[in-house]
Design a protein. Structure first.
Ligand code: HEC
Length: 260
């Protein structure tokens, strides 16, 4: 019926008619980056995946990796656990607030020290050799160290490495994919080419946002998944047209090949 849609002019240079040396070159490159991608995923499982102490990647892993595990200080755990009976509800709340504010010394002297002296010192003093001595600020401070996740310095480093490295990969994966003439709608092709860069930006921004607030952890998952899906789509389409589709169609435009 609609002739123009079936006889869309084909660009003279496309993955169907490109010369075999180029097909081999592209296939070699695509295979290497695909293996690289799988290795990267395995590495994510080993590093981030174990952040919460359990195997497999979860939202907690992402929060712990970037934001840190801020409920994990010994002092807070004890105040919610075996030391719960030793202080009133309000005193416990004050101490925990102070811990979460990074346990500053000035505030300790003003607000926390009186509570500790009243509720804890009778057991936690220099005579109890097996317990930390709470007359000594350093001994308390040691129990309030929080895990703040990745440092800003490391975040800056991995951000720039990822931005450079991953755009480099998608420059070529997208460049090869741009030569496909498979009959998908143009908008799908445009989307597939631009998507990795959008997801890359989302992925990197989500690391910074999660560093600031744990609520953004799910954005990291979406960013990463989006990158993976665009990669897989372009990879499969390109390989399919180079090695399977051209043979199936008999490709009349093979004659247009620019290089042999
Ligand atoms: C009646 C005595 C007693 C009082 C009062 C007491 N503690 Fe303890 N505390 C202990 C003992 C015994 C242990 C070791 C056993 C345990 O960890 O439950 C301990 C352990 C701790 C630990 C773990 C130390 C470590 O190195 O693992 C923290 C933190 C702690 N107490 C905080 C407090 C705070 C804060 C208060 C005051 C609100 C307090 N304790 C009051 C007896 C006491």
């Amino acid at each position: 019926m609609n002739k123009t849609s079936t006889e869309r002019p084909v660009h003279p240079l496309n993955l169907g008619n490109i010369a075999t040396p180029f097909k081999l070159l592209f296939t070699g490159y695509l295979s290497a980056v695909a293996i690289g991608y799988i290795m990267a995923l395995i590495q994510i499982l080993f590093t981030h995946g174990m952040a919460d102490g359990k195997i497999g990647l979860s939202i907690e892993d992402i929060v712990y990796s970037y934001y840190g595990n801020r409920s994990g200080t010994v002092l807070e755990k004890k105040l919610n656990g075996s030391m719960k009976m030793n202080a009133s509800e309000t005193d416990r709340f004050k101490i925990i607030q102070w811990v979460r504010d990074d346990a500053p010394k000035a505030e300790f002297e003003q607000e926390i020290k009186p509570i500790i002296e009243q509720d804890c010192i009778m057991c936690h003093n220099e005579h109890a050799s097996s317990l930390p001595n709470f007359k000594d600020f350093a001994a308390i401070k040691k129990l309030t160290v929080q895990d703040h996740g990745i440092s800003y310095a490391s975040l800056t480093r991995i951000s720039h490495i990822h931005l450079f490295g991953i755009s480099f990969i998608f420059m070529f994966v997208g460049g090869i994919f741009a030569l496909t003439t498979i009959n998908h709608h143009k908008s799908i092709k445009y989307a597939a080419i631009i998507m990795p860069f959008l997801f890359l930006l989302m992925d990197i921004s989500s690391w910074w946002l999660t560093k600031l607030s744990p609520h953004f952890a799910w954005l990291v998952i979406i960013g990463g998944a989006g990158l993976g899906i665009s990669f897989a789509y372009m990879w499969m389409t390109s390989i399919y047209q180079m090695w399977f589709l051209s043979r199936k169609l008999g490709h009349s435009d093979r004659r247009n090949a620019m290089f042999r």
